[in-house]
Design a protein around this ligand. Structure first.
Ligand code: HEC
Length: 274
């Protein structure tokens, strides 16, 4: 049994040997392009077996063409970019020589555009969230509050007069309204009304402050005797809180009695019986 190898239409074999064996195909002598390896095996005189293997040789430089696709229909003048690159055995890889300078494809621009649009949307969403936080942080009617106004509002709330009003309302709600009611009307026959009460409306606030400091029991108010006692608040409330609650009673429910200061409370507290 003999095996003979031919390339294309060669008549003399490139190699002839007894199988199995190895064979090195030297393509350097072949023209670049399609070729066929033909393997013929057989005994002398007997019918031979033939196997053909088509293959392609590329020993020359690689070629890249940008600007004209296969079977593309074109018109007029078209710019075409051509690059050729080659490496020999032992060459180092150099991307600059291997890469063809092609124009940036459209899909890359579209991707950039999408990323940019997403970035802008993100910024806008963040800005709106921050703006609504600023608006929510500002007390009062939130809509239309500018950042300057939002920072100015808390400062206004800490001015002395406004503070007194808030403190008075809070103190009255916490310590007095259970008996005298938020409306100042009290509970008929049980707790006296403070609305229209002569002590609350008196120009001299001494009695008003003293009742709160020391409490009260057994006085007929408006001709009514109250079985319950008015508790003393000297131990529970500060001078500022008592002044604020006194002012609350003197300026609410249609009252317009003179206001007091924390110092007025302090003076009466100092000479109160222990
Ligand atoms: C436990 C119920 C109760 C609470 C709480 C209470 N009071 Fe009174 N208050 C009374 C009663 C009862 C009287 C009447 C006592 C009397 O006639 O002897 C009274 C009387 C008064 C009077 C005197 C009215 C007058 O004409 O003499 C004033 C002023 C007053 N209270 C203010 C306050 C303030 C301010 C607070 C909160 C810091 C407060 N009260 C909390 C029950 C209460």
């Amino acid at each position: 049994m003999r095996v003979r190898l031919f390339v294309d239409d060669e008549t003399s074999p490139r190699a002839e040997f007894e199988p199995p064996d190895t064979f090195e195909l030297d393509t350097t002598g072949l023209v670049d392009g399609p070729h066929v390896l033909r393997v013929v095996a057989g005994e002398d005189g007997a019918p031979a077996g033939v196997e053909t293997i088509p293959f392609s040789v590329r020993n020359g430089p690689g070629i890249a063409v940008v600007g004209l696709a296969e079977n593309e229909t074109v018109a007029g003048r078209i710019p075409i970019l051509v690059n050729a690159y080659q490496s020999r055995i032992g060459d180092e890889f150099e991307p600059v020589r291997a890469e063809t300078p092609a124009p940036i494809p459209t899909w890359a621009w579209v991707l950039c555009l999408l990323v940019g649009v997403w970035g802008l949307y993100f910024l806008a969403a963040e800005y709106r969230a921050a703006a609504s936080r600023v608006a929510a942080a500002a007390p009062g009617p939130a809509s239309g509050v500018t950042p300057e106004l939002a920072t100015a509002l808390p400062r206004a709330a800490t001015s002395p007069a406004a503070d007194d009003t808030a403190l008075g309302e809070q103190t009255y709600g916490n310590y007095c309204s259970a008996c005298h009611q938020l409306s100042g009307d009290g509970v008929p026959g049980v707790f006296p009304p403070l609305r229209g009460d002569p002590v609350v409306l008196a120009d001299d606030p001494t009695e008003h402050i003293r009742v709160i400091l020391e409490g009260l029991q057994g006085r007929a108010i408006g001709g009514v005797m109250y079985a319950a006692a008015m508790p003393a608040f000297a131990a529970q409330l500060s001078d500022a809180e008592i002044a604020a609650v006194v002012n609350h009673e003197r300026t609410n429910w249609g009252h317009e009695a003179p206001r007091v200061e924390a110092a007025d409370v302090a003076a009466l507290r100092a000479d109160a019986p222990r």
